[in-house]
Design a binder for this molecule. Structure first.
Ligand SMILES: Nc1ncnc2c1ncn2[C@@H]1O[C@H](COP(=O)(O)OP(=O)(O)OP(=O)(O)O)[C@@H](O)[C@H]1O
Ligand SMILES: [Mg+2]
Length: 170
């Protein structure tokens, strides 16, 4: 069983907002990949994962692990220039968006709106600030903080049962 450098679980204001929050610290890229892989294995379609970090925080690295966990053989690379990429994983698809270069979401926001409504699609979004209106409130929000060259702190927040299931047994 893979062990994380440290793991903390909190239920925040359980009565008012009922968010599940997990804080996981990793010390290497391999640990990030393993963490994402473990979540990827649980994906069934319909999940929305928003990744938030500074440049080079590890959002794309995390998506690589997710795709592997879903059983995809497709090569994952940053969609910074293509804005979106699709990876096949059995009956599922992983739709990977990166809005870093877009100042007007426009047609890509419409494409994202379609992706989030597909049952067989898992959506992963980097730099999603300009599409907050399109992203459903029910999603897994992952904030990655760089704490050293190879160490990262992942703060994961789930607001609904579907997404809580992804992080409850990490
Ligand atoms: N523990 C770690 N987790 C993730 N990445 C790590 C870790 N340690 C080192 N790295 C390195 O940090 C970089 C992360 O790059 P990545 O492209 O995944 O970041 P990003 O958040 O997608 O950046 P961008 O905002 O430019 O899209 C890679 O070079 C990776 O090797
Ligand atoms: Mg990236």
């Amino acid at each position: 069983m893979f062990a994380y450098a440290s793991l903390q679980t909190e239920v925040v204001n359980p009565i008012l907002v009922n968010i599940m929050r997990k804080i996981i610290k990793v010390n290497s890229l391999v640990e990030t990949t393993n963490l994402a892989f473990n979540i990827g294995k649980l994906l069934k379609g319909g999940e929305i994962i928003e990744l938030i970090s500074d440049l080079g925080g590890g959002k794309t690295a995390f998506v690589k692990g997710l795709a592997k966990g879903m059983g995809s053989d497709d090569e994952v690379s940053s969609p910074t220039f293509t804005i979106s990429r699709v990876y096949k994983a059995g009956n599922l698809e992983l739709h990977h968006y990166d809005f870093y270069r877009l100042h007007h979401a426009g047609v890509v926001a419409a494409q994202l709106a379609e992706s989030v409504n597909e049952n067989h699609v898992v959506v992963a979004v980097e730099w999603g600030k300009i599409v907050q209106g399109v992203l459903p409130a029910h999603r897994l929000k992952i904030t990655i903080r760089s704490t050293g060259e190879n160490s990262r702190t992942f703060v994961m927040e789930a607001h609904d049962e579907k997404h809580k299931k992804l992080i409850e047994n990490l």
